[in-house]
Design a protein around this ligand. Sequence first.
Ligand code: ATP
Ligand code: MN
Length: 505
Amino acid sequence: MDQSENIDAVTIEELPSCVGQRVKIQGWVYNQRGSRTLTFLIVRDGTGIVQCVGNKEELDDDTWAQIQQLTQESSVSVIGTVSADDRQEGGVEVAIESFRLIALAEEYPITKKEHGIEFLMNNRHLWLRSRRTWAVLRIRNRVVMAIHEFFQSQGFIQLDSPIFTANAVEGTTTLFGTEFFGETAYLTQSGQLHGEAMAMAFGKIYTFGPTFRAEKSKTRRHLSEFWMIEPEMAFYDLDMDMALSEQFLAHVVGAVLSECSEELRVLGRDTAVLERVSPPFPRISYSEAVEILRSKETAQMVSEKLVELDTEAAALKIELVDGKRAHGQAKKGEKRRLDRRFAEINQRLGEIEEDQRNYPSWAESAANFEWGGDFGGSDETLLTWHYERPLIVHRFPAAIKAFYMKRDPDDDRVALGMDVLAPEGYGEIIGGGERATDLAFLKSQLAHHGLSEAAFDWYLDLRRYGSVPHAGFGLGLERIVAWICNLHHIREAIPFPRLMGRLTP
Ligand code: ATP
Ligand code: MN
């Protein structure tokens, strides 16, 4: 049987529906083990992973010899018969009848052993092939589809805002400057202002595009380049805006839950919190949030979390010691499993240490929080600990918000903005609100923020020609993916992250 025979290749994902059939699969060697007479080739093709079994007796010598020399990530093509096997991933196994080596891989830099994050990020172009990345980025894809499904089914039109922009919306410190035929230009930090123009033309629109922020801070939740989804709706007020964000998140999370169970399993994601994402979410004002931050309950909660961390760390350390002891006598397969587990434990211990260092100062700054300040990442984290579902915070001090926000008619100190904070400490994933509609007010705001009226004249036109109440919000794609996947750092939520100190690969 040679590989030139006319048999269509199927993907590994399709194998469960091919039980009993002869198929051809094409992919890369993920792993291999075997004995003198049997070989177990674990092949991945991007859609899944399958075990292919080769029997020395049934294969010609040449093929057998070739299989013995395979290296991790060599590309191969396999023809064989599919059988059901509950013990295997995907519930199937392939009995190898013929095999072809496409390209033998050099020694692959990423092994099953532990690697530091810098090393993995330097090899991101290869790291993409790992199981974990597979799960995260497939969930990202599902989230993108769910976003389009939701808005398209609700009568929204998808239209994009420009990436080269002429003026800064919120100060130039967070902008990447560039040159545009001799003029100074900036990479967009938000498509909102153009989104408003499009909403006045089409009613309900959403943009979906890359966004750039030059913040020189290294946090777990900031990228220099990320993807933002910004719906903007004519005739919407703040309440409608909040209600839309709830339905929207419920749809996106629901789609991932119902269609990405394998990916969530690979990530070891506890889905209980995701299952609670249904409207309405708790809604509190900024002022109420400040009270919560300063409360005894918050201080108490931090102490409890510290105790939980201690307990978790102690248990992991015991597991590590026991595992190391067992490692000596373990068989090869078990050794590999233990090595993987050691890597996981060490990573988690690192995270725990970081948290143990941070929590006390978080508690202190929360206890001393003054009305009027902007919430830091840690404040948002503490707030979300009080709730088991996403939390909406609304009505922020106008002074810390952008010039275009509408003031609360009942309290001029606050603006009609809202943030949606993801639970489990993730913090802001959505920021939005109702926009100011009054021309004179906007002119005074531009002056107050030191922004040139001439640069925003086109934007002011939206208030000159049929100004209407309107609202919108922005969702950071990587922020929601990081939360759904329970990632420690946002850099894993995008194929090739760009952040301070990271421009390649
Ligand atoms: P933060 O306070 O967390 O820095 P922000 O308030 O500056 O965020 P907005 O201007 O409200 O962010 O942007 C809307 C959304 O875009 C945020 O809710 C978040 O999901 C996402 N986002 C903002 N900045 C970043 C970033 N640097 N990296 C990834 N996502 C971001
Ligand atoms: Mn925001």
